[in-house]
Design a protein around this ligand. Structure first.
Ligand code: PEP
Length: 256
């Protein structure tokens, strides 16, 4: 069944990056859960560093908060020192995995081709990939936003058919907005989200395009979440900095 886009359940995901030890994470969850008691009709995901999975998985057993990872290898197991596999993520209680984050692309040379392998592997293992795509400031200034978005999306979804794609989440994360305090204007983000939805229609079909959750990431804070979420094609958000504090992340979840 095709869902109306505006009725779609929002997804609010926290990307903790390389932050928090066990004590800090436990204290976050305890405060955060109290603050989001009344949040309804949203999916909330926390993507912590790997060292926190075990503790958080226990703590979130009966909670509405889901666990996600920030990255993974595409192979199930093997001689890949320092890597983590989709099977390990499942075993640790993960439901989501962020793939192709711009920091992975920038600092760890991840290419669309590698990200495509990871997306395929995540889908095969029933993990929900949060596929990040987005342009740099230079690319936007050179009017290349659509070209970049189209190339990244097509390449990262290469050879994935319509039966495999249903758990995909796309995160539009303009690189110039990540960690800079400079969020995209709601209309600017909406234009790209609408474009991404049109690409999903072109690559797949109306059902997939209408049902795809397309979330926005880049300097989301309690002050700007409401305006962003008013946009028809913005179905949630990926939050970095503001997700580290239980109060500000709860304000974002409650506003969404
Ligand atoms: C991110 O890194 O995915 C992100 C959105 O970061 P921030 O909210 O800090 O811009």
């Amino acid at each position: 069944m095709t869902m109306s886009i505006s009725k779609m359940k929002a997804l609010i995901a926290a990307n903790w990056k390389m932050n928090k030890d066990i004590k800090e994470a436990v204290s976050f969850v305890k405060s955060f859960e109290k603050l989001i008691k009344n949040a309804k009709n949203i999916d909330i995901v926390i993507c912590p560093p790997f060292t926190l999975f075990s503790e958080l998985n226990q703590l979130l057993k009966n909670s509405k908060i889901k666990l996600g990872a920030q990255n993974m290898h595409f192979e199930d197991k093997g001689t890949f020192t320092g890597e983590i596999s989709p099977l390990m993520l499942k075993d640790a209680g993960c439901e989501y995995v962020i793939l192709g984050h711009s920091e992975r692309r920038q600092y760890f040379n991840e290419t669309d081709d590698l990200i495509n392998k990871k997306v395929k592997s995540a889908l095969r293992h029933n993990l929900k990939p949060i596929l990040c795509i987005g342009e740099t400031l230079q690319q936007r200034d050179n009017n290349k936003t659509r070209e970049i978005i189209e190339n990244q999306l097509i390449n990262c979804l290469n050879d994935i058919n319509e039966n495999e794609i249903k758990n995909l989440v796309v995160a539009y994360e303009p690189v110039w907005a990540i960690g800079t305090g400079k969020n995209a204007a709601p209309e600017q983000a909406e234009e790209v989200h609408k474009f991404i939805r049109s690409l999903l229609l072109k690559i797949y079909n109306k059902k997939i395009s209408d049902n795809a959750r397309i979330i926005y990431g880049g300097s989301v804070k309690p002050e700007n979440i409401k305006c962003l979420m008013k946009m028809k094609n913005i179905n949630g958000t990926l939050v970095g900095g503001a997700s580290l504090d239980p109060k500000s992340f709860a304000e974002i979840c409650n506003a969404a």
